[in-house]
Design a protein around this ligand. Structure first.
Ligand SMILES: [Cu+2]
Length: 282
């Protein structure tokens, strides 16, 4: 019986280990494919934690089932051997969890440090504003026009904004909120961070692949929180420059300083819905 449990355990573990390639969804254990250098580190932390948890689970299940079987009641007059103060076992179940906590903790701190590492000279800085209930993306000092050097786009509740980034570049996000706490996150970056009023949170990613990825607000921030969606487009360097110039051709998108107050963002859907409610009420 114990041999069968051990064989089953090894089989499950082997399956998990061989499945852990980064190319398949099963291998990533449900995580989206990371498209940044930092995201890959986070994926490996996720996979390592799952393997360790599964190995612990297999040992625990084997001990539970093995003990239940081995010490099952065979007759009524049999008095089980009373064992206490088994020193080796007590040392094992004290020391082993401590080792596990140390291993989990050290890997978490290591990956957290790489995710939060700031290169003093990023290739691109984007000033991100989360406001009720959409995003504004500023690209400071990116163009040279009579109106200013900052270009920006604001989304609305009906119109999901684009965040365009160059590939193979280190991007810094400076996060601003004029109202409540939002949370700026992109699953394919395996990263998100709170956007707190009065506080300038920031993080960096190093893009490694072109493509279009979904982003959203991860902090329940009010009535239209669910509309705080945006689209990340990671593009070639030339396309990135062309995008900025295209934005700058409309003076509406140009300012001297990054627009961080959120004054340009609005959620027209709110007014529309209120009108609908009023009409229904009449
Ligand atoms: Cu929000």
């Amino acid at each position: 019986m114990r041999r069968a449990a051990a064989v089953a355990g090894i089989a499950v573990l082997a399956l998990a280990l061989t499945g852990c390639s980064d190319d398949t969804e099963a291998g990533r254990l449900g995580m989206p494919a990371p498209v940044t250098e930092q995201g890959v580190d986070n994926l490996h932390l996720w996979q390592g934690a799952w393997i360790a948890a599964l190995a612990t689970g297999v040992v625990t299940w084997a001990l539970i089932l093995g003990a239940a079987w081995y010490f099952r009641r065979r007759s009524d007059d049999e008095i089980p051997v009373q064992t206490r103060y088994n020193l080796p076992v007590e040392i094992f179940y004290t020391v082993f969890p401590i080792i596990m906590v140390i291993v989990f903790f050290s890997h978490t701190v290591r990956v957290q440090n790489t995710m939060l590492e700031l290169d003093p000279e990023p290739d691109v800085t984007v000033a991100v504003v989360g406001q009720k209930w959409q995003w504004t993306f500023n690209y400071p000092d990116s163009v040279d026009t009579p109106d200013g050097t900052n270009v920006f786009v604001s989304g609305t509740g009906e119109d999901i904004p684009k965040l365009v980034l160059p590939v193979d570049s280190t991007i810094q996000f400076d996060l601003f909120s004029p109202d409540v706490i939002h949370n700026f996150g992109v699953p394919s970056f395996a990263m998100r961070m709170d956007v707190v009023p009065g506080r300038e949170n920031k993080f960096q990613v190093t893009t490694t692949e072109t493509g279009t990825f979904a982003g959203k607000c991860y902090e329940l921030c009010g009535a239209y929180h669910s509309r705080m969606l945006f689209e990340v487009h990671v593009v070639e360097q030339d396309d990135y420059q062309a995008y900025l110039e295209d934005l700058a051709s409309d003076p509406e998108n140009v300012s001297e300083e990054p627009v961080t107050g959120g004054a340009y963002a609005y959620t027209p859907v709110l007014e529309d819905l209120n009108e609908d409610y009023q009409e229904e009420g009449e």
